[in-house]
Design a protein around this ligand. Structure first.
Ligand SMILES: Cc1cc2nc3c(=O)[nH]c(=O)nc-3n(C[C@H](O)[C@H](O)[C@H](O)COP(=O)(O)O)c2cc1C
Length: 356
């Protein structure tokens, strides 16, 4: 094993997904057996990064991807959390060792191909093989709940519609939305390119103009039904047009950082398996995140009406899922077949992600 192998592993691993393509990690090659990952989160300026958990999920997805990438070089990998209790800046140590028993993971070839599909997909149902592969990929620690029939998808689409209203009328979410889209772009290294957002070019131009100031957004929302066009394109139609929605439900409540990492590992296995099965996937995390806030009794906005809406949304979500306030929801996504997206987020160069 030499340094070049570790560089090649990290060059693949940087394709792991993260919320809004934030890539909340920096890499250090300590020696030829040890990679140190310096994680961080964005909770201080990103409303959606509730207690840093979406970033922690991304860290898990990254660690899983390092393991899969390492298998392609005949290496076994093992990670530990080496920082003590600092969940804002967790440090992970990944030890790699040559192991003749290691076989190349079949998901290896999907690492770079995996991407988000935010546009409507075909409604052809999942095959039994596809469904079972996704359940197996989630592993023993997570149950997979499916919403597949037209009426189940309609109920989820309604939930996404309501969640989007909350998202688009929340003043605290506005700076996040404004910062995350790279306008006119097909590829973006550090954000989401406009063409991968899922709206048509006319809606994109309108959104770009409106999003220049919160005053414009408010005016538009109040007098011109400003949330309707983006919600139809970004939430309602994609919610209806897919094969299924899936909800990963942890079998025990996530309590420690390591539990969120495990969830992220499962997310990445599910997503890569979807790719391997010829499917596309889109996470739809905002209803889950608003529910985390509501059920923890935590404020995300100075507007009390929005907090009430988040509580209402959580009640609706639980009705749709047939569960109660104490049940844990980990990851929510839609899957289906569709053409390869023409646009996607790319990544920072590896050199820009290296530290130390
Ligand atoms: C924890 C997490 C939450 C995410 N939430 C959403 C979401 O709510 N909606 C969405 O369209 N994409 C979501 N994504 C997808 C990211 O935006 C996407 O992975 C990132 O921009 C990189 O793009 P790529 O996956 O195409 O490489 C999420 C990803 C992660 C890891």
């Amino acid at each position: 094993m030499n340094r070049d192998t570790l560089v090649a592993i990290l060059d693949l691993a940087r394709w792991a997904p993260s919320g809004d393509n934030t890539q909340p990690w920096r890499f250090e090659i300590v020696d030829e057996h040890l990679i140190r990952v310096h994680g961080f989160d964005t909770r201080d300026h990103v409303l959606y990064d509730f207690d840093g958990h979406p970033s922690h999920i991304a860290h898990g997805a990254l660690l899983e991807t390092i393991g899969i990438a390492a298998s392609g070089f005949g290496l076994a990998s093992q990670w530990t959390i080496s920082s003590q209790g600092d969940e804002r800046h967790p440090v992970y140590e990944v030890r790699l060792a040559a192991d003749p028993a290691v076989v190349r993971d079949p998901l290896f070839d999907c690492i770079e191909a995996r991407t988000v599909q935010r546009r409507p997909m075909k409604t052809s149902p999942l095959t039994d093989t596809q469904r079972q592969a996704l359940i197996d990929a989630a592993g023993d620690g997570f149950g997979v709940q499916w919403f597949e029939s037209w009426s189940e998808r309609r109920r989820v689409a309604r939930l996404l519609w309501d969640s989007a209203k909350l998202r688009l009328t929340c003043p605290e979410a506005y700076p996040v939305h404004k910062a995350v889209i790279e306008w006119h772009a097909r590829y973006s290294k550090d954000r989401i390119p406009e063409q991968a957002v899922g709206v048509n070019p006319a809606t994109a131009r309108l959104m770009q103009w409106v999003m220049q100031s919160w005053g414009r957004v408010q005016f538009f929302n109040r007098y011109l039904l400003g949330t309707v066009a983006p919600r139809i394109e970004l939430d309602l139609l994609p919610g209806l047009f897919c094969a299924a929605h899936l909800l990963l439900r942890p079998r025990r409540p996530p309590a420690a950082l390591a539990d969120w990492i495990e969830l992220g590992m499962a997310v990445q296995r599910v997503w890569l398996t979807a790719t391997r099965q010829g499917l596309h996937l889109q996470p739809q995390m905002t209803p889950v995140i608003f529910r985390w806030y509501a059920r923890a009794g935590r404020h995300f906005s100075s507007d009390p009406a929005l907090l009430e809406q988040a509580r209402q949304l959580s009640d609706d979500f639980e009705r749709v899922a047939g569960s109660g306030p104490q049940d844990d929801f980990g990851f929510f996504a839609r899957v289906g077949t569709s053409p390869q997206p023409h646009s996607r987020s790319v990544r920072h160069e590896l050199a820009a992600l290296m530290t130390g």
